[in-house]
Design a protein around this ligand. Sequence first.
Ligand SMILES: *[C@@H]1O[C@H](CO)[C@@H](O)[C@H](O)[C@H]1NC(C)=O
Ligand SMILES: *[C@@H]1O[C@H](CO)[C@@H](O)[C@H](O)[C@H]1NC(C)=O
Ligand SMILES: *[C@@H]1O[C@H](CO)[C@@H](O)[C@H](O)[C@H]1NC(C)=O
Ligand SMILES: CC(=O)N[C@H]1CO[C@H](CO)[C@@H](O)[C@@H]1O
Length: 477
Amino acid sequence: MAQGHMIPMVDLGLLLADRGVSVSLITTPFNASRIRTTIDQAREAGLPIRFVELPFPFAEVGLPEGLENIDAATSMEPMSAFFRATSLLRRPLEQYLREQSPYPSCIISDLCHPWTLEVARNLQVPRLTFFSICCFTLLCIHNIWYYKVYDDMPDEHESFVVPGLAERIEVTKAQAPGFFDMPGWEKMAEEVREAEFAADGIVVNSFRDLEPIYIESYQKAMQKKVWTVGPFSLRNKSVAAMAARGNRASIDTDQCLSWLDSKKPMSVVYVSFGSLTKMNPSQLMEICLGLEASNHPFVLVIKKSETSEKVEEWMAAGLEERIGSRALVIRGWSPQVMILSHPSVGGFMTHCGWNSTLESITAGVPMITWPHFADQFLNERMVVDVLRIGVSLGVKEPTYWGTEAGHSAVSRDDVERAVRNVMDEGEEGRERRLRAKELGEKAKEAMEEGGSSRANMTHLIEHYTRHAMESMESNGD
Ligand SMILES: *[C@@H]1O[C@H](CO)[C@@H](O)[C@H](O)[C@H]1NC(C)=O
Ligand SMILES: *[C@@H]1O[C@H](CO)[C@@H](O)[C@H](O)[C@H]1NC(C)=O
Ligand SMILES: *[C@@H]1O[C@H](CO)[C@@H](O)[C@H](O)[C@H]1NC(C)=O
Ligand SMILES: CC(=O)N[C@H]1CO[C@H](CO)[C@@H](O)[C@@H]1O
């Protein structure tokens, strides 16, 4: 029930349905209305997929109607009520599933819904946990917990080397909190961990050739199967499908494509920071000035929550006049996969949410990294240190729910330098681009016939189909 979780979960449902598996996607009305386009297309294509809308019990926990997605919240404050409400879906979900024929064979549940553990137990069906995070980041979080690194760490800004990894990865506690590792959230953190350990297996939106060592190590650490079946964004490569991903795009896709067509190959920087971050006006202006100084054409996505009169006036008065068609500003939701796949795009300035990071990897586009919170700093290490396909903007401190007014974490000079660095024609830039391209190719191979992700999906389906038939037989049905 956050954009970065919902998009890949819907993709996973569609990927299973593509293979003829009957899928019921459980969500709440608000969220369903967001993914309507994708839902309608799947139905028209005749996929065996059902969208089940359970009413969201917002009133029971004192939430306003419509606050069913984390990006509708403006602070951390309603969050505990939000998670309380989602766990109240346990009974209606169990009841719904009991009534189904055929009986469900397996539950796949997002990490944020540990309460599904009990549903699966009551129904006596296996349960897989789904993470839209890479195994590198999952293993880092696991090892930090396992080796009790934080038990004796008074300073959350002190950097340390993550134990038990093949590579030397340095982070701080502030940059690498575990899941829900915050004061007041201890119970949730414990439940999430317990649900992860109790899962029958783990499904990850990643692919073998991206991180073979980390997939294997994570599998060993968890002592259960880890199925890597991504990148999900490759499921449907048609322009219409790419454009409809996640939400209705706020720009005419033809207009967007013809702007991109008018630019030289690999010359454009795409700048977007995902659905939850919020840049204040002065930070947005610094970004614009840095992009302007870089002399590269750019696509900048500004969310509704970030637009203000101040920003709009400033852009109209100065920026748009000075740089004209060198910039394309998208206000609202951007057709990101479509843009990243365009040959004129040569770099992506990103917040390092895994969804966006993997989309960039898949498109073979090197990144300029600016993590904000949650798993994003670890994802940055993956991109910069492990894969070596990114340049960091050097941000060290996490920001939650928006930067403070008047404060800029990143200056125009930082932006200019990082953009020039990533778009660089020299050897370093060329090699980085080459590595990114190669990974993009491998990502595509993984999802093709005979590819590793496809094979994992086949095994996963066979494994749980067999399991369901065996338990039917042993029940004497
Ligand atoms: C996830 O994917 C969409 C569409 O591809 C992208 O625009 C969005 O920024 C991503 N969301 C997050 C939270 O990363
Ligand atoms: C991909 O998406 C397009 C446009 O939404 C749709 O017409 C097509 O059937 C989809 N293809 C597959 C394989 O699902
Ligand atoms: C996924 O596929 C790879 C490559 O074919 C294989 O090595 C791995 O064991 C598979 N994973 C599972 C959980 O079956
Ligand atoms: C913003 C949004 O999409 N709101 C919708 C949430 O879901 C309800 C019920 O389906 C709709 O009526 C709203 O328009």
